[in-house]
Design a protein around this ligand. Structure first.
Ligand code: UT7
Length: 332
């Protein structure tokens, strides 16, 4: 077996300038700040400006991640944009990011696994690196959900926001240290990833449009309660799976960086796993659900405010439309 391991050597994020509060939404919808906070924990979300595209958000997060890693864009040989809201049907948003970064070689493509997208993208990049096919990968979660929301549907439109987060992965061996702004660390990188899909549940969270089916973009539709039920059960199970695979218990985990869909889901999973909320990075209150962008956005928050430190054991977990779900255990 290869002893190559993917190290996360840089992290970055970007949120559109415009913040929309619950109160603003309540001015034009039959909802309230109290309802949204009580049911979801969300207080506000960022919304992209007219003409601000998923690729624009992705590019800003990528530049920050590359800067954090002290790497030039030319070092990147794989770009994966995890998104459900690409700029265009094709070509992939990743190719636009590649061009904007001035990269003319290597591989660039998108991954669509809805809110689990970032964990899926991280897994694919990790496997490329472990196979020795690439040395440096940029994995970006970027979304403009504001473009696929039905702004008349109070059951869904209050839940989502726009944003992007990115990480830079580099090939290393388990015992080699890596240079970077974060110092010569004892980090060991991605320890394992665990993915699942179950298409029987594809109609509890979906978009009612698409190039082949309707030739329209469509709007997000969700049976919230059903998704909620699956989320808590599946996320706790996949988190446990990742701990078992590495022979560690929850007490060894320094931080959980969960997908940020709903504070009640985050609380429920933490309770099932037996971990204190003090060790969970939460951004859902300020970002709402940014789908594939939520984990790298929260990760960047935890790193930049100094909570996540080199050597920490970090568990990432997500669940989304498909249904898809997954987890990654990372020694930071
Ligand atoms: O990223 C992964 C995908 N997404 C998720 O994980 C989300 C999963 N689901 C959820 O987070 C929750 O199910 C929601 C936040 C979407 C809804 O919370 P809930 O506690 O499951 O509420 P509900 O859908 O059962 O609705 C309860 C009531 C309903 O009224 P009635 O039928 O009881 O009279 C809704 O019409 O709340 C009403 N309601 C609202 N009221 C005020 C629904 N949306 C709103 C709203 N404001 N925005």
């Amino acid at each position: 077996m290869s002893n190559i391991r993917s190290r996360i050597v840089g992290c970055g994020s970007y949120l559109p300038e415009r913040i929309v509060t619950n109160r603003e939404l309540a001015e034009r919808l039959d909802t309230s700040d109290d309802w949204i906070i009580a049911r979801t924990g969300i207080k506000e979300r960022h919304i992209a400006a007219d003409g601000e595209l998923t690729s624009d958000l992705a590019l800003r997060a990528s530049k920050q991640a590359l800067g954090h890693a002290l790497l030039e864009a030319g070092a990147v040989d794989l770009i994966i944009v995890c998104t459900t809201t690409p700029d265009d049907t094709f070509p992939a948003t990743a190719t636009r990011v590649q061009a904007e970064l001035g990269i003319t070689e290597g591989i660039a493509f998108d991954i669509q696994a809805v809110c689990s997208g970032f964990v899926y993208g991280l897994t694919v990049a990790d496997n490329f690196i472990k196979a020795g096919q690439v040395e440096t990968a940029l994995v970006i979660g970027a979304e403009t959900y504001s473009r696929i929301l039905d702004w008349e549907d109070r059951g869904t439109c209050v839940l989502f926001g726009d944003g992007a987060g990115a990480v830079v992965l580099r090939a290393g061996t388990s015992d080699a240290a890596i240079p970077g702004e974060m110092g010569w660390g004892q980090a060991q990188g991605i320890l394992s990833t665990h993915l699942h899909s179950d298409g029987r549940y594809r109609d509890i969270l979906y978009v009612d449009g698409g190039p082949s089916a309707t030739q329209t973009v469509g709007h997000l539709r969700m049976s919230g309660r059903e998704v909620f039920r699956h989320a808590v059960t599946d996320l706790a199970a996949v988190a446990k799976e990742s701990l078992d695979a590495n022979g560690v218990g929850i007490d060894a985990v320094d931080w959980i960086v969960p997908h940020q869909a709903n504070q009640r889901i985050i609380d429920g999973v933490a309770r099932k796993l037996g971990i204190s909320l003090d060790r969970v990075i939460v951004t859902v209150d300020r970002h709402a659900n940014t789908s594939a962008a939520s984990i790298p956005l929260a990760l960047d928050q935890g790193i930049s405010d100094g909570r996540i430190k080199r050597g920490d054991l970090v568990l990432l977990e997500a669940m989304g439309g498909g249904l898809t779900w997954g987890a990654a255990l990372v020694r930071w």
